[in-house]
Design a binder for this molecule. Structure first.
Ligand code: J9Q
Length: 248
């Protein structure tokens, strides 16, 4: 079982998405434990204020450090320190599939969701990992926290029903996925490739491999630098690169 504590000023932004789908089911079954903590519950003033103006002036508000420190103390008392505390921000190291797999080895993770102009810098004293999910501006850390939670939780045994689909996942090989088809065999004159309906499993495996390599070469050639390729992959890649000459 893996436990997540998520600290946010918008609990509904976390709770609603986690009530549905694969993660919702895993939480119901008790394979995953997610506790959403309202940052306002850790304020001590009558108006439950979580933000304040920035020292030095300027636009926007900054999340006050004291409610966050009290939230982390409460979580530490609940779970037993030391805590792995993750903050997401555009300043963090890039969150990758390899990072997701590494983090899935932990028993317990705290995710801090920022808002406004961000956290008071002193919060970083209590943060063990600062991660970015990509280079874009968001209104807060709730969606990145859900992204991290989803990608990590998939690796927890029992969360995804079919363990095979986790192991065979496109990114676990470092390549893009091959195309998928289901019935009907033809729609608006668009046909399913014959090979997939041939029953020839060796041919199907090779077709999928070639398609995955071809798509990766076309769309994300950067991934090929780090992909784990066998001799068959290397051979197919040489053929695909040969076939591309004159087209690019
Ligand atoms: C909290 N833009 O952006 C990319 N990864 C995380 C973030 C982020 C953001 C705003 C607030 C996190």
């Amino acid at each position: 079982m893996m436990t997540f504590d998520i600290v946010t000023i918008f609990p509904a932004m976390i709770e609603q998405p986690l009530s549905a789908g694969i993660l919702g089911r895993a939480i119901e079954r008790g394979t995953l434990d997610v506790k959403v903590r309202d940052l306002r519950d850790f304020t001590t003033d009558r108006h439950r204020v979580v933000d304040d103006v920035p020292y030095g002036g300027g636009p926007g508000m900054v999340l006050k450090p004291d409610p966050i420190f009290r939230a982390l103390d409460a979580i530490g008392a609940d779970r037993g320190a030391p805590l792995t505390v993750i903050m997401t921000s555009p300043q963090g190291r890039r969150f990758t599939q390899a990072e997701a797999e590494r983090l899935s080895g932990l028993q317990h993770i705290v995710l801090l969701c920022g808002r406004y102009e961000g956290f008071d810098e002193r919060v970083r004293e209590r943060v063990t990992e600062e991660l970015s999910i990509g280079d874009y501006v968001l209104t807060g850390g709730e969606l990145p926290a859900l992204v991290v939670l989803d990608a990590v939780a998939r690796f927890v045994p029992g969360v995804v029903g079919d363990e095979q689909s986790v192991a065979q996942d496109s990114f676990s090989r470092g390549l893009l996925d091959h195309p998928h088809y289901t019935r009907p065999p033809e729609i608006d004159a668009l046909r399913v490739p014959d090979v997939l309906m041939s029953g020839n499993h060796a041919e199907i495996r090779r077709w999928r491999k070639r398609e995955a390599l071809s798509r990766t070469l076309e769309r994300r050639p950067d991934l090929l630098d780090d992909a784990t390729l066998d001799e068959e992959d290397e051979q197919m890649l040489r053929e695909l690169k040969g076939a591309r000459h004159g087209r690019d």
